[in-house]
Design a protein around this ligand. Structure first.
Ligand code: HXC
Length: 261
């Protein structure tokens, strides 16, 4: 894959994608969002990749949409472009990925950067991470899930305050509020997030997909629908060879050997 603004590497069943516009604080311009979309789609299509790890730099995950690129637009041109969901870009690719996508965030995750981390399945944060929706400071508002996913993750009071004032949340507060799954020292972030992604990649792929879909149902559906979906999905996992293997391995006191089918 010939990409400039994202770096891609595959290791042990994990597709590692690194945002790479360091001079612009990984600001999300159209080139980056389109290249990131291609990278995610390509990894998603690769049977050998069973988890995707999305990360940025040490100082910044991403500082949001590229303001200098965005500022030339008016309503008509943004509407015509369907910004930020431009053609097959990263927003759709992350939203629709069946492969779990884990975000590893160090430094600033602001505006579209915070929204991108929240679009992933969960976030592991370095102790240096800072999350915020500062769009109000430039006279606009979140446009890729900030008012929706942040509110679902941390509740109305914190989301409203952050979106209305631009106040950032540090890693401690983010963990306390349920925005991130855990915090690790900055120097251990990549290794620790990779170990987590590798663990997911080693699990039975069809069971992983079903769990991802079922947990997402809890976010979007009524409890009764979610419980019904979960029960059917649970029963369906018994159709997978990996399920029989996992239970046999337990009974025989050995490690399971998953074939991901
Ligand atoms: C374009 C950006 C940028 C951005 C930083 N840069 N953020 N360029 N768009 N969002 C550029 C700066 O212009 C500068 O370029 C270089 O990166 C370094 O940034 P500094 O500001 O000098 O660094 P620092 O003082 O360390 O401050 C870091 C920062 C600050 C706190 C992250 O840059 C900042 O507040 N950025 C904007 C954050 C923001 O408002 N995000 C929301 C965007 S709107 P030069 O060339 O001068 O060196 C949005 C809407 C989402 O995200 C809609 C859906 C996608």
């Amino acid at each position: 894959m010939e990409l400039e603004t994202v770096l891609v590497e595959v290791r042990d069943g994990v597709g590692i994608v690194t945002l790479n516009r360091p001079k612009a604080m990984n600001a999300l311009n159209l080139q980056l969002t389109s290249e990131l979309g291609r990278a995610i789609d390509t990894l998603e299509a690769d049977e050998g990749v069973r988890c995707i790890l999305l990360t940025g730099g040490e100082q910044v995950f991403a500082a949001g949409a590229d303001i200098k690129e965005m500022k030339v637009h008016d309503f008509a041109s943004l509407y015509a472009l369907n910004f930020p969901y431009v053609k097959r870009d990263c927003w759709r690719a992350i939203d629709e990925a069946r492969t779990p996508v884990v975000a590893a965030v160090a430094g600033f995750a602001l505006g579209g950067g915070c929204e991108m981390a929240m679009a992933c399945d969960f976030i592991i944060a370095a102790d240096t991470a800072k999350f915020g929706q500062p769009e109000i400071g430039i006279g606009t508002m979140p446009g890729a899930g900030g008012t929706q996913r942040l509110t679902k993750a941390v509740g109305k009071a914190k989301a409203m305050e952050m979106c209305l004032t631009g106040r950032m949340m540090d890693a401690e507060e983010a963990e306390r509020s349920g925005l991130v799954s855990r915090i690790v020292p900055a120097e251990e972030l990549l290794e620790s997030a990779f170990r987590t992604a590798r663990k997911i990649a080693a699990n039975s792929a069809p069971a992983v997909t079903m769990i991802k879909q079922a947990v997402n149902m809890a976010v979007d559906a009524h409890l009764a629908d979610g419980l019904r979906h979960e029960r059917h999905a649970f029963q369906s996992t018994f159709a997978f060879a990996d399920c029989a293997e996992g239970m046999d391995a337990f009974a025989e006191k050995r490690k399971p050997v998953f074939k991901h089918r």
